[in-house]
Design a protein around this ligand. Sequence first.
Ligand code: ZN
Length: 195
Amino acid sequence: MGYIPDIRIEHDFRSQGDKYVCIECFGDYAIQEFIEKFAESKKCDYCKKSSKKHNIAANINDVILFILEGVETEWGDPNNEGVGWDSGEGGYYSAVVIYSYDLFTEELDLGIEREELLSDIIDAFSDDMWCQKDPHGHTLRVTELAVADELAAAAGLLMGKLERIPAVLIRDYHFPAAEGRARSLVRSAERDLFR
Ligand SMILES: [Zn+2]
């Protein structure tokens, strides 16, 4: 593999071996441009097109890495995106989570007509699941709730500003007590996204 992406890639993918793919196997312009730039073989292993003089095909793993780089701007790993897992129902909630097959056959249009090529790309991510990232491109990372803060905020709403209610008593709120102290919820300056 020769291609090194600019950004950190979150997903691992399975190598599809020493195969090469040409621009005519893709309908997507950005991918075609990439293949042109990184071509290092005179023959396409998918459509069998070949050239005597020029390199016309790029390594399939480089191409997959390039595709992944684009996909990851919009689609993330649900385990990294703070998508809730409902252990009662045994499924993700609060976001649509799909399999690699659906991502590459329904959500993305890479302009691939060859079955073999599409199935190699899907195979590279076989067991992965994907969820759409926040439309503003932020990754949801904060999942820790400080229960005491939440209760205080709720009480604040009930007390109002000028209602002359000095205190609100909350009874019987059930929550699992955490180990450790409130201090441990305070993030260090480098990890604090809100500062
Ligand atoms: Zn081809």
